[in-house]
Design a binder for this molecule. Structure first.
Ligand SMILES: NC(=O)c1ccc[n+]([C@@H]2O[C@H](COP(=O)([O-])OP(=O)(O)OC[C@H]3O[C@@H](n4cnc5c(N)ncnc54)[C@H](O)[C@@H]3O)[C@@H](O)[C@H]2O)c1
Length: 254
């Protein structure tokens, strides 16, 4: 195990990471932080804005993670460009706010396709690539919605519940190969995720976050810190955890 003293600034030095949903919000902060802490990063997003992140050691990949073969292509490209894969962060996610009685099958399936199925496929391909190295770390971005519910988020909550259980199950299968799988149960973070759903998404999230015991929503960088920790050897004993980073949202009785 690495010397633990003063390792944070280089905590992922020499590692190769693949981050999905890296064009915006939490994923952008994760890709930037892992890169700043020494990782080579493949930053995948369907939004071409991800190309703005390009710099030495940070390669953007414009791709829809739900397309057939997308996970295979992303993992292969990371290996082609950087020689190996050590870290996968399944961060890309979408939400829809609709009561169940108004939700179409297409609505439901789109949410599961991005938040759960594409994450599963990226996990599968990443673990296959990591197994020969007998090391690796996967961090899935779940939500407090994996545990708590609000009216109108059934599809999203179900997808994040699936992601949490994928995390726990895969963790058991992967740890004999030296690969740790964990997740972060994210609370309200000021990002663009609600932009298609409400008038002013970031303002809505900032306001909604005030209901958490901490009294505010998070900045994306605060979630990226947890991800960087879980991805690093500092988290060497963490296997199958869903770490809550939610300002206390899931521990309060209201
Ligand atoms: N913001 C919050 O309050 C909050 C709370 C809990 C969990 N989360 C989770 O955090 C993660 C990141 O969300 P965010 O808040 O940063 O949102 P965001 O909308 O700012 O960023 C999400 C990114 O994912 C990308 N993406 C979506 N579908 C994709 C696809 N099919 N292929 C490739 N890229 C795709 C988008 O283009 C976008 O760049 C999501 O999984 C979300 O569910 C966010």
């Amino acid at each position: 195990m690495a010397d633990m003293k003063n390792t944070v600034p280089q905590e992922v030095e020499g590692k190769v990471a693949l981050v999905t949903g890296a064009a915006s919000g939490i994923g952008k902060a994760i890709a930037s932080l892992l890169h700043a802490r020494g990782a080579k990063v493949m930053a995948e997003d369907m939004n071409p804005a991800v190309e703005e992140l390009a710099r030495a050691g940070l390669v953007p990949l414009v791709a829809d993670i739900t397309e057939d073969g997308a996970a295979e292509r992303a993992v292969a490209l990371a290996i082609e460009r950087f020689g190996r894969l050590d870290i996968l962060v399944n961060n890309a996610g979408i939400i829809i706010n609709k009561p169940v009685v108004e939700m179409t099958r297409q609505d439901w399936e789109r949410i599961q396709a991005v938040n759960a199925t594409a994450a599963f496929l990226h996990c599968r391909e990443a673990v296959k690539a990591m197994m020969p190295n007998r090391s690796g770390a996967i961090v899935n971005i779940a939500s407090y919605a994996a545990y708590f519910a609000f009216p109108t988020i059934a599809a999203y909550a179900a997808s994040k519940g699936a992601l949490a259980q994928l995390t726990r199950t895969l963790a058991l299968e992967a740890i004999p190969h030296g690969i740790r799988v964990n997740a972060v149960g994210v609370g309200d973070v000021v990002t663009n995720i609600l932009n298609e759903v409400v008038e002013d998404g970031p303002a809505f999230l900032a306001q909604h976050g005030q209901a958490a015991p901490i009294g505010r929503a998070a900045r994306p960088e605060e979630i990226a810190e947890v991800v960087a920790f879980l991805a690093s050897e500092r988290a060497s004993f963490m296997v199958g955890s869903v770490v809550m980073a939610d300002g206390g949202m899931t521990v309060t009785a209201g």
